[in-house]
Design a binder for this molecule. Structure first.
Ligand code: AMP
Length: 300
């Protein structure tokens, strides 16, 4: 059942049409851990600086996240800032400060190396690979990435894609990685790079999963007031992997349901800044939205 994640813990500055918020608790592994912890306990490997607030570690602990793999290094925590256009789907990265992440050499604690389910959240592909090498025999490994790494570390990323079972990408990343405009073609080319499955996220337009034994597509859960979409992709991955780890298999029917759970986790995420709307969700909240989403998608 053990689910391991490696990724960033961050303080983000987010600008929307309505407001600007500085030092919002975030990072790819933060969103993932909070969402996945609503299904199974999570083991986290990450690095933070001396400025990381003790209450933020406490929040992780309270969310069933084992933080013994979080390294506290000299220096400042990873920082990212971004601005959203009025359609929410267009995001501009204003600044990325790697800080302590720049020299991060992940060490997966001995007790976490036997993890079955592994999520390599958005991070430098070199760091993702170093972490993966330390896991003895994972059953299912999923990787996420971002335009920055596709641009600056493409060779490392391509090497990593040959070693994982699945990759999650958004529309822009899939086009950047493959050069294909059409997303079905892009997903097909990604499968040619190594993974058995590709999950393609299209923001408010939903997501689809493509693999040899499954092709599944669904809309986003309808939210009429988005507050901050940051972390939606990582929360999606958290719900997706959390459910897979809970079920303990990757049969096509599990993957389909996991896509719905991922969509539900992302829907909570966008209703608040950082993890404020996502954290504290009960399983009843999650299953309620799961049922609603299923009803939205079926005819009978
Ligand atoms: P998402 O909106 O799902 O793409 O994730 C946004 C989160 O990823 C933010 O909380 C950022 O701190 C974090 N992030 C932004 N850029 C990077 C990067 N280059 N590598 C790792 N994490 C990042």
């Amino acid at each position: 059942m053990s689910l391991l994640v490696i990724g960033t813990l961050a303080y983000d500055t987010v600008e929307t049409m309505h407001t600007r918020r500085a030092d919002v608790l975030g990072g790819s592994a933060m969103y993932f851990s909070i969402a996945a912890g609503q299904f199974v306990p999570v083991q986290l490997v990450a690095v933070v600086g001396k400025d990381f607030r003790p209450q933020d570690i406490e929040l992780l602990k309270a969310s069933r996240v084992d933080v013994s793999g979080v390294e506290h290094a000299e220096g400042r925590t990873f920082r990212w800032s971004g601005r959203y256009e009025s359609d929410w789907n267009t995001r501009h990265t204003l600044e990325t400060q790697l800080n302590v992440f720049e020299r991060f050499d992940p060490k997966v604690p001995a007790a976490m190396r036997a993890a079955n389910w592994v999520f390599l959240a958005n991070a430098a592909p070199r760091v993702q690979m170093r972490a993966l090498e330390q896991v003895t025999k994972p059953k299912f490994t999923v990787v996420d990435t971002m335009n920055l790494w596709i641009d600056t570390a493409r060779a490392d990323l391509l090497q990593l894609l040959r070693k994982v079972d699945a990759v999650v990408l958004n529309d822009e990343e899939a086009r950047m990685l493959t050069g294909e405009r059409n997303l079905i073609k892009a997903a097909g080319s990604v499968l040619g790079l190594g993974p058995r499955y590709v999950i393609l996220k299209k923001g408010e337009h939903g997501a689809f999963l493509l693999g040899n034994d499954v092709h599944f597509s669904l809309p986003a859960y309808p939210i009429d007031e988005v507050v901050d979409p940051t972390g939606a992709g990582d929360s999606f991955a958290g719900g997706f992997m959390g459910y897979i780890a809970e079920k303990g298999n990757v049969r096509p029917e599990t993957l389909r349901a996991a896509m719905l759970y991922g969509t539900v986790s992302a829907s909570w995420c966008v209703q608040g800044f950082g993890v404020e709307a996502l954290s504290g969700r009960t399983r009843a909240d999650i299953d309620g939205r799961f049922d609603e989403l299923r009803t939205i998608c079926t005819i009978g």
